[in-house]
Design a protein around this ligand. Sequence first.
Ligand code: NAD
Ligand code: MG
Length: 406
Amino acid sequence: MQSVTVLGATGSIGVSTLDVIARHPHNYRVFALSGHSQLELLASQARQFLPDFLVVGDERSADELRAQLADSDFAGEILFGLDGLCQVASDPRVDAVMAAIVGAAGLAPTLAAVEAGKRVLLANKEALVMAGPLFMRAVAASGAVLLPIDSEHNAIFQSLPSHYTAAAYSEPERGRVAAEQGVAKLILTASGGPFRQWQLAEMASVTPAQAVAHPNWSMGAKISVDSATLMNKGLELIEASYLFALPAESIDVVVHPQSVIHSLVQYCDGSVLAQLGNPDMRTPIAHALAWPQRIDSGVAPLDLVALARMDFAAPDLQRFPALSLARQAAAAGGAAPAVLNAANEVAVAAFLAGRIGFLQIAQLVAAVLENCQPREPTSLEAVQRCDHQARRCADQWLVNTANEER
Ligand code: NAD
Ligand code: MG
């Protein structure tokens, strides 16, 4: 029996995680659930799974949730804020932590789980992008078992030799483990998002509703916009380079609109290994929950005959400059990935709020990358300072741009 904390339980990944857990009541029990806004959903999850702890954003939400659960069987504690999140991520009674908070807000609790040596199921890619070297050093020092949930990274994990990641996590020198194991390249697949075939001029007037309507995956708003700009693939490129200790030049991106091949590993002898499946996050979630065993995820078997064909194309960097910006940040290293991530979070929020156009997301990120270059952060606090500095720079860009347009 594994005791599991789900950070970000009310989100898309959180809900899929609880769906898998509910299929295996004898293998998993829910220790804690966290949610930021959808308190009713969190309350209904609490009634179903009866966790020991719930965590919400602030004291008012905690009171509201307590009132909602007053006449229920839930007898646990309700915590709030970052301290509450870090507490349920590192509690000695917890075996596994699903890190599924979106964005920089997930960094501290995810790192708390890593430092406590948990089995960490990492969906929160932003945490790793912001603090990669620090994060991977913490994994090596604590002996945490880091299992990627991002479908591409989970596919690569499954396509690598079984001892690869243990070696890469403990010796994160880029390229050495790969060379020893005959790994020549990682190939990340990208669906291409909803605007894969749109002209640049049409993309200028994309609405938030169009951007969050992903063709293959049902996901939270932020990652859906990232998929539409291809910044998601850029973040994943950086994520992969940390997880698998490879330089970004050894990681290719190929557009594969059917999202059935989730990613591939190319070996020096010409072999290419891939993981395939229907695009449903319950597969990587079940894989990581049960690893090295396998459990049923509820995902329908892949029907190759019905699929009939798979297509591939190179990404168009003219229309999707975010991918080049991420490569640039990966090559620069230091604080650049944290700056890229913070600028992108501000840009996506501004786009979703109707303040900037779709193409301005990458413009904002490019400007912040150029103008904000803090020194390499070597502590969590320093990473957070870089994040704040980049956000201030991004906010200034928004003000300047609004003034120019007036
Ligand atoms: P989502 O928006 O659906 O859910 C986000 C969760 O985080 C919610 O529970 C929300 O309450 C919580 N949250 C938001 N802001 C918070 C804050 N400031 N403090 C504490 N909690 C907060 O997002 P999602 O699609 O489930 O994605 C979660 C993470 O997983 C992201 O990092 C995303 O990149 C990654 N991911 C998601 C998918 C997917 O299919 N959805 C696939 C791969 C990776
Ligand atoms: Mg992904």
